[in-house]
Ligand binder design. Structure first.
Ligand SMILES: Cc1cc2nc3c(=O)[nH]c(=O)nc-3n(C[C@H](O)[C@H](O)[C@H](O)COP(=O)(O)OP(=O)(O)OC[C@H]3O[C@@H](n4cnc5c(N)ncnc54)[C@H](O)[C@@H]3O)c2cc1C
Length: 452
């Protein structure tokens, strides 16, 4: 439904923006990407920003859409389950799935962005402007003002404008000057700090490689994801202002004592812990929801600009990528004569899904930092995997629906809610799989919402 005359401008050449550029160019548009940062293809990534991410089915599907899945997957590490680290150093493996082909994958954020930008740079329909920030938008004239890092101001006109400029989106706040998007931001009381466990001298991994490691401590947690170079990126999620909290960890002694007390096995693997702790920034986390993502039938925000979520389901990027693949599906359908209707339908179908994954991500923080250490929760997860084995047409655990399937987030949320109720009922007063009433379970699964 477009031709070479349609000029799409994308604010932000991050994960969503670079994937979107490829998707629009493949559909015949001329695309300009305006990216505030320097060119990742030739520069080192800025430090302090989450450097590895969990990639799962929705993200992989979107990468297939631009022919990049195989290239990207070559540089990922399977994470087949969670390894839970108790305070006394004991560990326990909790698989993500009962199927060996179902796992999430650790991937480098800058590496992935670089692959997308390289492919975009090879496409003569796409112009990339680095070190250039979108500063304002004129929705009536359909122009954006851009400013280079040298202070040079310029403007670009567009037929379609996409705001893929992240949680602090300028496009979103500029639209809000004239259109009420129903924007809400709710900050978490917890922040995060990244730390690195380096590789062994021979490049090996100091922890089990194919897992996501969690040190759950009730109101806070440490996690670690593997990197291709043998290192792990750890993230400490902790309240800002509590006991313990970031505001208390102001001296090397305090940090050292906190880690010795709570994460002794991890601390041993980070000899320069306190140096890293004070050199790396403390990030903030929050959820952004909007009631509208479009303006004037020609402007759309997507990815974190439209729906930033907390990172505890590992779905922010996957959801941003799914935004692009769902938009592509709308563009490929023959139902639309113009973009205005298409964007309105896209927005109406997608917002409930963004809200659903935002809610599930918030719920998952409690699961990761607290419940994974609870024997009742672990039994419920084992029962869920066994139910999937016995009743594959009626029961797929919520985690799998979100991470290994592409059923809508909204539907996964509804089904997950019903499953949780059922698991609680079945596991009441049981301590092992042998004690579960499987006949009762067989009739209960039939009352669950359908898996579609
Ligand atoms: C600690 C942490 C861990 C996470 N882990 C995961 C995970 O495991 N799995 C997962 O799926 N997601 C994860 N996420 C979420 C994921 O990082 C985001 O959802 C994803 O980066 C969103 O992509 P985006 O392109 O919408 O935004 P961004 O990645 O923020 O990209 C926005 C781009 O816009 C540019 N920009 C900003 N303002 C302007 C402007 N005015 N003009 C021009 N350019 C501009 C920025 O420089 C940036 O390149 C995590 C997030 C955090 C914070």
């Amino acid at each position: 439904m477009s031709d070479n005359k349609t000029h799409a401008v994308i604010a932000g050449g991050g994960l969503a923006g670079s994937l979107l550029a490829l998707t629009l160019a493949e559909r015949g548009m001329r695309v300009s990407v305006v990216e505030k940062r320097g060119d990742l293809r030739s520069e080192e990534a800025p430090s302090g920003r989450s450097i590895n991410l969990a990639l799962s089915e929705r993200g992989i599907h979107a990468l297939k859409g631009v022919g990049l899945a195989d290239t990207v997957l070559e540089n990922t590490i399977p994470m087949r389950g969670r390894i839970i680290h108790a305070v006394n150093g004991e560990t326990k493996f909790l698989p993500y799935s009962r199927h060996s082909h179902e796992f999430i994958r650790a991937i480098s954020r800058p590496g992935l962005n670089r692959v997308l930008l390289q492919r975009a740079g090879d496409n003569d329909q796409i112009e990339l402007h680095f070190d250039t920030a979108v500063s304002s938008i004129d929705l009536v004239q359909k122009t954006i003002s851009i400013t280079g890092s040298d202070g040079q101001a310029n403007s670009l006109s567009y037929d379609l404008l996409f705001g893929a400029d992240g949680a602090g989106s300028v496009v979103r706040s500029e639209i809000e000057q004239s259109v009420d998007l129903g924007y809400q931001q709710s900050m978490l009381a917890h922040g995060y700090k990244e730390l690195t466990i380096g590789p062994e001298a021979d490049g090996g991994f100091k922890l089990e490689k194919e897992a996501l490691h969690i040190w759950p401590r009730g109101t806070y947690m440490l996690i670690a994801l593997p990197n291709m170079d043998g290192s792990f990126t750890c993230t400490l999620f902790l309240p800002q202002n509590s006991t313990p909290g970031f505001e208390q960890l102001t001296t090397p002694q305090a940090v050292d004592a906190f880690f010795s007390d709570q994460f002794a096995d991890a601390k041993e693997l980070i000899p320069d812990l306190t140096e890293q702790f004070f050199a790396n920034p403390t990030g903030v986390l929050g959820t952004i929801r909007c009631q509208k993502w479009t303006a004037d039938g020609a402007t759309l925000i997507l990815g974190d600009a439209a729906h930033a979520i907390v990172p505890f389901f590992g779905q922010g990027m996957n959801c941003a990528f799914e935004d692009v693949s769902v938009l592509a599906d709308f563009m490929d359908s023959s139902n639309y004569a113009d973009f205005s209707d298409l964007l309105a339908d896209y927005e109406a179908s997608r917002i409930p899904n963004a809200n659903a994954i935002a809610d599930m991500a918030l719920d998952n923080y409690i699961e990761m930092r607290d419940l994974v250490a609870d024997p009742v929760f672990r039994l419920e997860r084992s029962v869920a995997l066994e139910l999937e084995r016995r009743h594959p047409d009626h029961f797929i655990p919520k985690y799998s629906l979100v991470s290994f399937n592409r059923i809508s987030y909204q539907r996964a949320h509804e089904i997950g809610h019903a499953q949780q109720h059922m698991l609680k009922t079945l596991c009441q007063e049981c301590t092992s799989l042998d004690e579960i009433d499987w006949d009762r379970a067989a009739s209960m699964v039939l009352t669950l919402p359908e898996l579609s």
